[in-house]
Design a protein around this ligand. Structure first.
Ligand code: GTP
Ligand code: MG
Length: 149
């Protein structure tokens, strides 16, 4: 079963968007298998954003992401990686359609509220980076038959 990693960034927590974001993923029908509030260490963030280490905005991104607690979560379901990215909107909120999380709640790329894994491979990497095995929970989904054919 496919899983993705989603994080409400420090601005999302400050702006009380955690409940709204959880609500959207729950209502879509995805299954929550991991959830916690964390203050990310510099090391963890550097590893998470390793691909972006040479970008001009990297330092700003590090200080933004370490400016306060973030809420990290793992969602499971059919095509959840791709669907979550659609629910998030574009990297730049200005390009995000209304109805997406970024399209509804933010305006600038440097404060874009939420992260979502960009592929199944990065989801696997990110989940193992942010969660221990004992923090991920398998549970029987009683509405499964109403969400899946
Ligand atoms: P994430 O889901 O957060 O990984 O965003 P993304 O996959 O849509 O974009 P990407 O991985 O390329 O960039 C990661 C994060 O770096 C973005 O979400 C932004 O917070 C930040 N970022 C990307 N591009 C810029 C930029 O041009 N300027 C600034 N200030 N931040 C940027
Ligand atoms: Mg990314």
């Amino acid at each position: 079963n496919e899983r993705t990693f989603v994080a409400v960034k420090p601005d999302g927590v400050q702006r009380r968007l955690v409940g709204e974001i959880l609500r959207r993923f729950e209502k879509r029908g995805f299954k929550l298998v991991g959830l916690k509030l964390v203050k990310a260490s510099e090391d963890l963030l550097r590893e998470h954003y390793w691909d972006l280490r040479s970008k001009p905005f990297f330092r700003g991104l590090m200080s933004y992401m370490s400016s306060g607690p973030i809420v990290v979560m793992v969602w499971e379901g059919l095509d959840v990686v791709k669907t979550a990215r659609k629910m998030l909107g574009e990297t730049n909120p200005a390009d995000s359609l209304p109805g997406t999380i970024r399209g509804d709640f933010c305006v600038e790329v440097g404060r874009n509220v939420i992260h979502g894994s960009d592929s199944v491979a990065s989801a696997q990497k990110e989940i193992s980076l942010w969660f221990g095995q004992d923090e991920l929970h398998c549970w029987e989904d009683n509405s499964r038959g109403w969400i899946y054919d």
